[in-house]
Design a protein around this ligand. Structure first.
Ligand code: FE2
Length: 537
């Protein structure tokens, strides 16, 4: 029996070894709650008055499902500015006139008033879907302009009549900033060029923090990515940047990003002479309806944002848009020591979670906390509900200048973490959401690991709304997929589990053989003893 016990203890040790191996990032200050700030990467720049800071987004709507917005900046005021563009396979280039805006921003950090470059936004509506578009922003209209840039317009979204079973990938990231870590994250996203339809940023884009020259540096630093992959942003706390003179907030963000200029469904939050800056808005891409909301605007029932959200969710037809994803900045679930107790998290969750669960939202992405955490599907903080729950992901790990947060709260009753926390790690990185069809999606989180992107967390997400619609035995599904979560906080990976089972079987086999051998030896001894007694007699 002794040998069997030794084998069992050894097997447990093996399993333990296989399960650990925590990665410690290079720039993490051990034990630190307040990691050192990381240097901003300054891109050398000499202004020749030309086009700079080119970035693109998509603006799909009913009459123009392939619409694109091309934004750029220049110190030159140009009434004729716009974008030449041509679809792949079409000989003749077309021209879209840009609208121009500019802003002043008075802050202590700007040491007075900063005046932005002229900011241009061109809406291209006459464009097909599922096609490559070559384009070039210009300040003057002239013949024979070389179209040196290109973007890919995704296939027709299911909301506009496209296939609800189509697949699509989105790069998801938050709290980007402009440090060496930010550059690494954006390099990794660039590696997915041609694979992802868009990049979705959960706020805190530049960490300009009232120094507007940093917005310009950010725009130039990431132009090689942002002029190819459409960006959908939302306002984080680092976008607030209140003007000291007139008290207006979000001004730089509002002028630089025009996410959905047509605002078909009444999105809003900031309207500057006809320019909708879209503090909250929604869009249809692939088979998903994606909603961006603000953690820093009024949210209570009856507020403009709440009423818009309620109306937007109520208007959805899940046979047309099977997936519904909501993105914001301040996470509703967070087991990191940092950013606990912020009302932008708990108060908005209290107000909106019933609404989102009622409409059976599939996923929510957030930023703000400079680490990665995935939360089991839930509609409250004590149960896992795979049927009606929302899968929450905090992905505020893009590379900000404030450093990583790697101190975590323990869970209930001696657990390592809260019962709702599925995976957490304090590393920089980004994620890719792969919507495979109407019922299944695959989520993958990569961390930046010394230059390589390393996959650390993966999971499948089942869209129960679409899955249920495809099944006959709907009631059975409903019964069997709602669980009280006292079981799902234990994660056992397959390999150590397999080793454990194999070693246990081996231990049992050894024990059985040992017992059999002892029984045989006993029988031999007894027969020998019997023979000896018989011989004596
Ligand atoms: Fe933040």
């Amino acid at each position: 029996m002794k040998s069997a016990a030794v084998v069992f203890v050894f097997s447990l040790a093996l399993v333990g070894l296989a399960s650990c191996g925590q990665y410690v990032p290079n720039n993490w200050q051990s034990g630190g709650q307040d990691p050192a700030e990381v240097e901003v990467v300054e891109l050398p720049f000499e202004d020749d008055g030309g086009v700079q800071q080119v970035h693109i987004t998509l603006a799909p709507h009913t009459s123009a499902p392939g619409a694109v917005v091309v934004s750029f900046a220049s110190s030159t005021k140009a009434e004729e500015a716009g974008v030449y563009y041509r679809e792949e396979g079409v000989g003749q280039a077309s021209f879209a006139q840009a609208r121009m805006t500019q802003y002043n921003h008075t802050t202590f950090q700007n040491d007075g008033t900063y005046t932005s470059p002229y900011l241009y936004h061109a809406l291209i509506e006459e464009v097909s879907t599922n096609i490559t578009v070559f384009y070039e922003p210009v300040l003057t209209q002239e013949q024979g302009v070389t179209l040196s840039r290109s973007l890919r317009v995704p296939p027709l979204a299911s909301a506009f009549g496209g296939d609800p079973e189509q697949e699509m990938k989105l790069a998801m990231v938050g709290d980007i900033g402009q440090t060496s870590n930010s550059v690494q994250t954006m390099d990794h996203i660039t590696q997915e060029l041609g694979d992802v339809a868009a990049m979705v940023v959960m706020g805190d884009l530049s960490y300009a923090d009232n120094i507007d020259a940093r917005w310009d540096n950010w725009g130039r630093l990431f132009e090689p990515v942002l002029d190819k992959i459409p960006l959908f942003g939302l306002p984080g706390n680092h976008e607030i940047e209140t003007d000291q003179e007139d008290g207006v907030s979000f001004r730089p963000y509002a002028h630089r990003f025009q996410n959905m200029p047509t605002c078909d469904n009444g999105c809003g939050g900031f309207d500057n002479k006809g320019w909708k800056a879209n503090m909250w808005y929604s869009y249809n891409i692939g088979s998903a309806h994606i909603i961006h909301v603000s953690s820093y605007h009024k949210y209570e029932a009856g507020s403009p944002q709440y009423m818009w959200l309620d109306r937007d969710l109520s208007s959805l037809d899940r046979t047309k848009t099977p997936w519904v994803i909501v993105n914001l900045h301040a996470p509703w679930y967070n087991s990191n020591v940092a950013h606990q107790g912020e009302f932008q998290s708990y108060a908005i969750r209290r107000e909106w979670q019933p609404l989102l669960c009622q409409h059976r939202v599939n996923m929510m992405f957030a930023g703000h906390v400079h680490s990665y955490e995935r939360v089991f599907p839930t509609c409250d903080n004590s149960t896992v509900d795979y049927h009606r729950g929302i899968t929450y992901v905090n992905i505020g790990d893009g590379g900000n200048r404030e450093g990583l947060y790697n101190n975590w709260l323990p869970g209930e009753n001696g657990r390592a973490g809260p019962i709702w926390s599925a995976f957490r790690e304090g590393s920089y990185g980004h994620g890719v959401l792969h919507i495979m069809n109407s019922t299944h999606a695959f989520w993958k989180w990569h961390r930046n690991n010394d230059g390589d992107k390393v996959t650390r967390d993966t999971t499948y997400i089942v869209n129960e709304v679409a899955w249920e619609a495809k099944r006959d035995d709907k009631e059975t599904v409903k019964e069997s997929t709602t669980f009280v979560n006292n079981f799902f906080d234990v994660q056992i990976s397959f390999i150590p589990f397999f080793i454990l089972v194999a070693l246990l079987c081996y231990s049992i086999a050894i024990t059985v053989l040992y017992k059999k051998r002892n029984a045989a030896a006993k029988r031999d001894y007894e027969s020998l003893t019997e023979m000896s007694v018989t011989n004596k007699l």
